[in-house]
Design a protein around this ligand. Structure first.
Ligand SMILES: NC(=O)c1ccc[n+]([C@@H]2O[C@H](COP(=O)([O-])OP(=O)(O)OC[C@H]3O[C@@H](n4cnc5c(N)ncnc54)[C@H](O)[C@@H]3O)[C@@H](O)[C@H]2O)c1
Length: 263
């Protein structure tokens, strides 16, 4: 028996990386999973993998969290094919292409559109369904970058916004029995982080992108537990917030970061 037996979870950006780790942990707890991503081929193969490994029902949908049309069509399809949605995980996110004073307006717009307004748009599409069915769980994936500025102002500001919107949504939706919490992941060696390495080096070739020295140095210098986080770590924290074990927790942002930020 899993903690999420009989539940349906919709996870954005779940084709790979942290989103895939979240979808896997929710499936391990018994939830059926809707994998939403702009990368439909990768989303479909993640969906098949979860179905084979965990025996849950899955649905892969090509959804862009910046498009209201794409969101409403896909949320309706998820409800009609899976019967309900009980858990929403707003995970889709992007880094900027440039760093520091070189950040462009396009970097700011994209980080805001995906990382912050994406949370607002998808939640706005799912919330009426949660109200109608008498409750639901929302988990927003922010970042430790939202706790303290770094070199990527557009990204950090969008993630501070993700923590803030979590509190606003928790205040607004609590009376409808909807819990809204955030996770602030630390450092994970995913495609997103490889893009960040390319950006810092001003070079997106594979050798640069796959170099881990700087990533490991940041962990050694700043993380008391001295180890990187994994998609599974983030997924386990999401599974807790999505379960009834967390029924009296809302509006919180939990750092899963090896102790890098302590507030
Ligand atoms: N990797 C880290 O160290 C780290 C740390 C803190 C927070 N995060 C956050 O975790 C989340 C997942 O990051 P990741 O490291 O797994 O990155 P990733 O690039 O591996 O995965 C992100 C996924 O989001 C999808 N996506 C991007 N734009 C989308 C859109 N408009 N609509 C739908 N899907 C979209 C991508 O296709 C991809 O599958 C992001 O919100 C990221 O900001 C990552």
């Amino acid at each position: 028996m899993g903690r999420l037996d009989g539940k349906v979870a919709l996870v954005t950006g779940a084709a790979r990386g942290i989103g895939k780790g979240i979808a896997t942990e929710l499936a391990r707890e018994g939830a059926d999973i809707v994998i939403c991503d702009v990368l439909i081929d990768a989303a479909s193969s993640t969906a098949s993998e979860l179905q084979n490994d965990h025996g849950v029902s899955t649905l892969a949908l090509e959804m862009d969290v910046t498009s209201e049309d794409s969101i409403s069509t896909n949320v309706e399809r998820a409800i009609s094919e899976m019967g309900q949605i009980n858990i929403l995980v707003n995970n889709a996110g992007v880094p900027p292409d440039n760093f520091g004073v070189d950040e462009t307006e396009a970097d700011w717009d994209r980080c805001y559109e995906v990382n912050l307004k994406g949370i607002w748009k998808v939640t706005s599409a799912v919330a009426p369904h949660f109200k109608e069915q008498g409750g639901g769980k929302i988990v927003n994936i922010a970042s430790i970058a939202g706790r303290l500025g770094g070199g990527m102002a557009s990204y950090s500001a969008s993630k501070a916004g993700a923590i803030s919107i979590t509190q606003s949504q928790a205040a607004e939706l609590g009376r409808f029995n909807v819990n809204v919490n955030a996770i602030c992941p630390g450092l994970l060696w995913t495609d997103l982080w490889r893009q960040i390495e390319g950006m810092f080096a001003g070079d997106h070739t594979e050798e640069v992108v796959d170099r881990r020295e700087r990533f490991e140095a940041v962990i050694d210098a700043n993380m008391p537990l001295q180890r990187e986080q994994t998609p599974e770590d983030i997924g386990k924290a999401v599974a807790f917030f999505a379960s009834d074990d967390a029924k009296n927790i809302t509006g919180q942002a939990l750092n899963v970061d090896g102790g890098m930020r302590m507030n």
